[in-house]
Design a protein around this ligand. Sequence first.
Ligand code: GLN
Length: 519
Amino acid sequence: MTADLITLTAAQMAEKLAAGEITSVELTQAHLDRIAAVDGAVHAFLHVNAEEALAVAAEVDAARAAGESMHRLAGVPIAIKDLIVTVGQPTTAGSRILEGWMSPYDATVVEKIRAAKLPILGKTNLDEFAMGSSTEHSAFGDTHNPWDLDRIPGGSGGGSAAAVAAFEAPLALGTDTGGSIRQPAAVTGTVGVKPTYGGVSRYGAIAMASSLDQIGPVARTVEDAALLHELIGGHDPRDSTSLADPVAAFAAAASAAAVDGSVEGLRIGVVTELQGEGYQAGVLDRFHESLDLLREAGAEIVEVSCPHFQYALGAYYLIMPSEVSSNLAKFDGVRYGLRTLPTEGPMTIERVMAATRAAGFGDEAKRRIILGTYALSAGYYDAYYGSAQKVRTLVQRDFDAAFEQADILISPTAPTTAFRLGEKTDDPLAMYLNDVATIPANLAGVPGLSLPSGLATEDGLPAGIQLLAPAREDERLYRAGAALERLLVRRWGGPLLEKAPDLLSARDDASLTTTGGEK
Ligand code: GLN
């Protein structure tokens, strides 16, 4: 019974709840049981809030029984990346410096989730302040990829992606500054969306790099991501960069496309610069197979060149740390969380701040604060930060030109499948290269969606494919994403996640066979 419930899509859960076939208490309990059974091995969660989740579930059940009209997702449980602030549950940002801190307010997205009555299962693990591609920079231990527990779940939102992949939660929230929703989705066989910049309020998402950060949905299907996006999206006067646009009917677009997603005449642009050298052969094979499926279904595949994308990673690693150095200045041992006193010498406020920051931040956060402070310093500002901003404009112009030739752009999401834990921790540059295909979208503010393209033959692990649309055209992404998902699922003979070895062996449903995943 538990396995039957937790492997449903969020849309199916919502339907069964509305029809009175299941209760939210049953559904929430099934997920809590699953967390209890597998999270010791996966470690997707930093904090589980069983009591509150069950209380919300009971409220939903009572309200439904009384005939109250509810949000479509009412009663469907959700997990939240621990970068997003929540009243009543700790928020750590994966950092010692916030250990023990409790937010006095909810993020706007959390307010919306509470108003719609989705039981919040808990907070998920991440790289410290969302800096990383493997979740290994968390101060609270690694998260393991449910496909192979010796491998990384991606980052920084590895906890949210692993929770959804391991059926510990049907939905989760992530944040994406350079790829932290899409790359974890790619390496865990799940779906992740970075909305158009400004499409979802950032109020209450602890800022990493404010001009790049975006909250977005993590799910197992395109339709489920669309449902969650619709709930969290929309204008927020508390976020000065929030768009005024009303939220479009993303879920309707996705579900219509999932039933009969025609891609007839859709112009799909393959970005020359986001493939080839540095990409794993199996990832490229799955990518080309997806292109063939789209072509056979009537899409027009065109090649587009975005020549400045080759400088996007370099520009990102100047702009992002510059914003990090400013945003993280507030963690000073006075206002939040940790306070460490100097062990010797005078007890001045500067020395308390220095001792707190030395003890509270991990190596990666320190590296970026130092890099950003340097890039912004007088004399270097024009050479580094100023040049990076110019590159950013050129990347935006490349997108504008590409979208004249194509409705959707397409690329592999990440250059490789999940690598082994520890493999890249000593090599920051190798770690940074994971986001080579996802960063351009953040620099330009355009929306991006990653969905699984299949299993790479050499390692049996999931590969991801990324769709990009012009700013404010998120609906187009959902329509095209659901159409491609339908073609792929038909080709595999079922959802990809049901082919995962480790995560299914922990299920009580033994009927599914396992494939791939040599260790
Ligand atoms: N991996 C990228 C980085 O380390 C992206 C992080 C993110 O999107 N939060 O900066």
